[in-house]
Structures are given as C-alpha cells and as structure tokens.
Design a protein around this ligand. Structure first.
Ligand SMILES: Nc1nc2c(ncn2[C@@H]2O[C@H](COP(=O)(O)OP(=O)(O)OP(=O)(O)O)[C@@H](O)[C@H]2O)c(=O)[nH]1
Ligand SMILES: [Mg+2]
Length: 356
C-alpha cells in the first residue's frame, strides 16, 4: 500500500511524514520548493505475524509495509489545473491512497485555518487534473472517428470517456462512478487521481487537538478522517524516553502512536486485509484489498506467481494457532486447495503453486 501525503503548502505534510516514519526530513516555515518527494516505509505491527513466527521459527520475519510519500505542497500560485501537472504527478499516480494533510492551526503568517475549504480546493484540483486528461483523450478519439476510423473499440472508448467527462463536469470523483469490470480495466492505465481512495489527516495544533469535533463530523461525511497533532507527535517521535512519551500522549488524550492510528484506519476503513506466507525461511505479511482473488493476491508476491498460478494451498491463521502443526491441520481437513477465483480472507495463510 502506498499512501501519498498531499495538501496545500505548509499544512504540515513533512511534519506528519516525520512523525509517521520516524524521519528527520527538513520542516520549513516557508513553502518548500524542493521537487523530490520524501519516501519511507512504515512497518505495520501485527501480532499475528509474531505468533506465526513463534510457531515456524523462520530465519526472517517480515511485517507488511506501508510506503509513505511526502509531496511538496500544491502551490496555489500555479494556474488552475497545473497543480497536478508537475514532475510529481507520475509518482502521485502511482499511490493507492491520497491522504490530504489539512492545516488546523494558524500558520506562521497569521493565516487562520480553514479545513473545509482547503479540502474543497484539493478535490477541485484533482477533478481538474482528471478532466484535462479525459478531455484530451476524448478529443483524440473524436478526431479519429471523424476521419472515418469508426471501429467498435473506439466507439466503446468514446462511450466510456463521455461517461467520465459527465461525471467530472458534475464535480464528482470518478471513484463514485458505476463502471463494469471491463470498463474499469480499460481505464486502469490512466490512473485517474479521483479514482483513488482518499482520506483526510486533520493536522491540529497542540492547543486545539480534540476540539474540532464539528469540523471532523463534516469532513467525515465524504472521507475517512483522522486527527493528528502533527508537530507534537513529531517531537514525541524524537524522544528517547518512552515513559515520558506515554505520559505526554496520555495528557493530550492520544491513545496510540500516529503510525498505529493511521494503519488501523487504512486497513479498517479503506478495506485492506492481510494474508501470510510461512516457512522455515520467512514468515511474512502481505497487504491486499478486500475482495482480491487468490490469483491477484499471488501477484502481490511476484507477477510470475499470478501469471503461472495453478492453485493456492491455504489454511486460516487461527487454525494453525490452535494446532501448531500443518500435519494435524491436514489430518483434520482444514487444509484447503483454492482456485484462482477464490476470494482471499483476512488471516489466510497461503502457499502458491505455479508454473514458471
Ligand atoms: N503550530 C503548529 N505548527 C505546525 C504543525 N505542523 C506543522 N507546523 C509548522 O508548519 C510549518 C510547515 O510544516 P511542514 O511540515 O514543512 O509543512 P509541509 O506541508 O510539508 O510544507 P511544504 O512541503 O512546504 O508544502 C512548519 O513551520 C511547522 O513547524 C502543527 O501541528 N502545529
Ligand atoms: Mg513538506
């Protein structure tokens, strides 16, 4: 899972990136013009992995990772529609989730916060970026059709892109459009920004943390929302004395680390689940979208496993906890053979058989 932190300048993206990834990237009071985004992995703590490791005693234990990417602020000085046209766009397109970091503190210039309108600004820019792409593709399709090349494929494409255009013109993200599986497949390569899952990180000041319930209620109508006290949590991360960290967190009313809160939200609300691979070499957790098939899930391990997929040998994590032995599982008939269309369940342990 790749989460891209996007937002207006000075909303605290880098601060939050540091808090989540325990990094020390430069935080500036002026808009950062550095183009290169910061990237880092966040380990997803999972006690199921710990328990599986205890049973298998592997040489290596690998937790799932969330890749965090901290983009430079969307400059509001750019002309409309150009916010998402820079060199960062291919990288933004490559993320699965866009997390909007929204300023909920007075900035260094004394500008007050305006979370709801900031979210609207970002959404409008995302819509516009998709619109520009859809219009240009549609122009090309129409042009080719006018020149007499009226193939069936082209007419299908024209139909889909007209649907996309209507949706964007009504200022609704493409994610909410009902598309058939075939239509989805046809446009997947474009990686439209409003097709991505989105969440909001409301970045509050130490003083107003926990006091923005009404704003959060409004934001949550459209997006999963989480509140961070970015600067405070970044500073906590940099403290070595873990007892003080717990004490400070308790004082602020923060129950868990920023990383844990974000991973929980990502898995629960955005519909991600984990499956595991086990063995003497490695016990490892993999992240997939709920509803993924065995073949698709095999592809997260390696594309060869998806391409040459034969079947998945599979049991549930809870079953092995109970018996601690694959042999007993087999005897009890709890070892399953699943085909490529099997919908993988959270906590499945799988071994993929495949042709090279
Ligand atoms: N008061 C307060 N200030 C914060 C908070 N989070 C970030 N800041 C300050 O806001 C300024 C910008 O923080 P950054 O993390 O660099 O913001 P950014 O969104 O990465 O900025 P760009 O990359 O330039 O778009 C810095 O001066 C931070 O110290 C917060 O929770 N409270
Ligand atoms: Mg930054």
């Amino acid at each position: 899972m790749k989460i891209g932190l996007i937002g207006l300048p000075n909303s605290g993206k880098t601060t939050i990136f540091n808090a989540l990834t325990n990094s020390e990237s430069e935080v500036t009071a002026y808009a950062n013009t550095k183009v290169e985004p910061n990237q880092s992995q966040v380990k997803v703590g999972d006690e199921r992995v710990d328990k599986l490791s205890k049973i298998y005693q592997p040489q290596k234990t690998t937790y799932a990772n969330i890749e965090m990417i901290d983009f430079v602020g969307l400059s509001t000085e750019e002309k409309n529609g150009e916010l998402f046209s820079g060199t960062a766009v291919p990288l933004i397109k490559n993320t699965n989730v866009l997390a909007f970091v929204i300023r909920n503190f007075e900035d260094s210039m004394g500008n007050s916060q305006n979370p709801i309108s900031d979210v609207e600004t970002i959404i409008n820019e995302l819509l516009l970026s998709d619109l520009i792409q859809v219009e240009s593709k549609l122009d090309r399709i129409n042009h080719t059709i006018q020149r007499g090349k009226k193939t069936n494929e082209l007419l299908i494409e024209q139909n889909i892109f007209n649907k996309l255009l209507n949706q964007l013109n009504s200022e609704t993200p493409l994610r909410h459009l009902d598309l058939t599986k075939d239509e989805e497949k046809l446009i997947r390569g474009y990686q439209f920004l409003t097709m991505k899952q989105m969440m909001i990180i409301l970045n509050s000041d130490e003083d107003n943390y926990g006091k923005s319930k009404e704003i959060i209620t409004v934001l949550e109508e459209n997006h999963p929302t989480i509140e961070f006290a970015g600067k405070f949590e970044m500073e906590l991360c940099q403290l070595d004395d873990k007892d003080s960290v717990s004490m400070f967190m308790e004082d602020m009313g923060i129950s868990e680390s920023a990383t844990n809160r974000l991973t929980t939200l990502s898995y629960d609300v955005l519909g991600y689940i984990s499956f595991f691979t086990v063995g003497k070499d490695e016990v490892r957790a993999w992240t997939i979208r709920k509803g993924s098939t065995a073949q698709e899930s095999a592809g997260t391990i390696h594309t060869d496993l998806s391409r040459g997929f034969i079947r998945a040998e599979c049991f549930h994590y809870k079953d092995i906890l109970e018996t601690e032995s694959e042999k007993i599982l087999k005897e009890k008939g709890r070892f399953r053979l699943e085909g490529k269309d099997y919908i993988v369940q959270d906590g499945d342990v799988m071994s993929i058989r495949f042709n090279v």
